[in-house]
Design a protein. Structure first.
Length: 188
């Protein structure tokens, strides 16, 4: 008979090994773009308008899925400061703007926003794709994606925050101050 201590040691070793394997399999953000025709989980994914400046894939669920939470994830991954969601669709098969569709995995899915956007997050199965364009995609332009390995469930569109005129005034004032300080140093 095995001793209780021996069984406890083996159980704790198994638990530690399982935890280490879980850490090794942790979800991560992967750069898969910018060109259309990248591969996710063995599926070739194409999209339009293409190319985006950057496309990132997260291979797990981001929870919660509210527009504000997704905005926080994007800010962290892209190192940006987004404005509020300009358009979103929680169930791509109903209640969305005209031109929005969702198909089964591998099918063609589309999204049309009533406002300009330069970041678009799409959630499918247990994955998230985030697209970033250098210039905003114009309102009314239909975004299409095809070949997703799992069913698409929602879209989130954002526009980069635009600095207020006061921000530029502060920047110019700071640069002017630096110029004055540099000139005073040269005079001494």
């Amino acid at each position: 008979m095995k001793s209780i201590t021996s069984i406890a040691i083996r159980a704790s070793m198994l638990a530690a090994l399982t935890a280490c394997m879980g850490v090794a399999q942790a979800a991560t953000w992967v750069d898969v773009g910018p060109a259309s025709g990248f591969s996710i989980e063995g599926s070739t994914v194409t999209y339009s308008p293409s190319p985006a400046l950057m496309v990132k894939y997260y291979n797990d669920n981001l929870v919660p899925q509210s527009p504000t939470d997704i905005q926080g994830y994007i800010n962290g991954v892209f190192g940006t400061s987004l404005g509020a969601a300009v358009s979103f669709c929680d169930n791509a098969t109903s209640g969305c703007t005209a031109g929005t569709t969702a198909g089964a995995s591998g099918g063609v899915n589309s999204f049309t926003s009533a406002a300009d956007y330069d970041y678009l997050a799409i959630h499918f199965g247990q994955g998230e794709l985030v697209f970033h364009w250098a210039a905003p995609v114009a309102a009314g332009t239909t975004f299409t994606v095809e070949g997703l390995p799992k069913d698409l469930s929602n879209y989130r569109a954002y526009v980069s925050a635009i600095p207020e005129p006061e921000t530029y005034a502060m920047l110019l004032a700071g640069l002017g101050l630096l110029g004055i300080l540099a000139r005073r140093r040269q005079a001494k």
